[in-house]
Design a protein around this ligand. Structure first.
Ligand code: NAD
Length: 265
């Protein structure tokens, strides 16, 4: 039985589409999941620890006539990546009668403070495991299940187009994401699948809670953007919804800056 597709969401822009958003229990991932679900996608909410938040999001989506369900997995390990793939397939088959996926948002990520000199091997390995290894192997497993005409959106960052030495390893992980997006766009183009990197500037999320709690820091961050303020998760979700939807069908292999015009020169 195809519960999601019969959910009364066919009339919406992403009606009949199945989306997976990693790291969707909070922050940017949560906003993207909510937005895709509002657009009609059957939305799979991946989370690591925050079960209550993930379930609350599922309920919020269902309360608005959308369709969603949540899967727990730690993407810092191969076991966790495999668990997500396994549970996704099992859940999609049970709920929709097919394991097909249309939209994959690689959003889960961690920050890592430290210059070249101050970054430990453990911190380097951890940030590369979550920000690079996980999307890579998740894509390796899920690309064969992605339907033709699908969408892949990988969360990059402003720090790959401007030099930011205080987060050396983190910036490098996002550089890898840009490269991965570019090469996959070429590989998957013949199937009509677009692959793009979505690059927020400083967004008001838990990741930046400490930075932005200081009013001086906040004013500095605001001054970096041409629009003179800190970005919101909804603003990133709006851009993600564009890349996930039909209007972006001729855009692939691109880096979309969502920084309110930060560091324009
Ligand atoms: P956040 O810290 O609020 O959320 C990150 C999410 O990733 C959480 O749901 C968390 O559970 C998940 N996650 C972290 N480690 C995980 C693991 N080992 N296994 C599974 N899930 C894990 O961060 P955010 O600000 O919402 O960032 C989301 C994405 O956007 C990240 O990839 C981040 O690098 C990127 N980004 C954020 C900003 C910003 O200013 N907030 C700017 C540029 C890029």
């Amino acid at each position: 039985m195809n519960a999601g597709l019969e959910y009364g969401i066919q009339g919406r822009r992403l009606g009949g589409k199945v989306a997976l958003v990693t790291g969707a229990s909070r922050g940017i991932g949560r906003a993207i999941a909510l937005r895709l679900a509002r657009e009609g996608a059957f939305t799979v909410i991946h989370y690591r620890h925050e079960e209550a938040s993930a379930q609350a999001l599922v309920e919020e989506i269902e309360g608005a006539s959308g369709a969603a369900w949540a899967i727990q997995a730690d993407l810092g390990t191969m076991t966790g990546i495999e668990r997500l793939v396994r549970e996704l397939e099992k859940g999609l088959l049970g709920r929709l009668g097919s394991t097909g996926l249309d939209i994959l948002i690689n959003n889960a990520g961690i920050a890592s403070q430290g210059t070249l000199g101050a970054t430990t091997e453990a911190a380097f390995d951890e940030v590369f495991a979550v920000n690079v290894k996980a999307p890579f192997f998740l894509l390796q497993a899920l690309v064969p299940r992605l339907r033709d005409g699908g969408r892949i959106i990988n969360l990059s960052s402003l720090v790959t187009r401007m030099a930011y030495p205080p987060e050396a390893a983190y910036a490098m992980t996002k550089g890898a994401i840009d490269t991965l997006s570019l090469l996959l766009a070429k590989e998957l183009g013949p199937r009509g699948i677009t692959v793009n990197a979505l690059a927020p500037g400083v967004i008001d999320t838990d990741m930046n809670a400490q930075l932005l709690s200081d009013s001086g820091n906040r004013r500095y961050v605001e001054s970096l953007s041409a629009l003179g303020r800190v970005g919101t998760v909804e603003e990133v979700a709006d851009a993600a919804a564009f890349l996930a939807g039909p209007d972006s069908r001729w855009i692939t292999g691109q880096y979309l800056d969502v920084s309110g015009g930060s560091f324009l020169g």
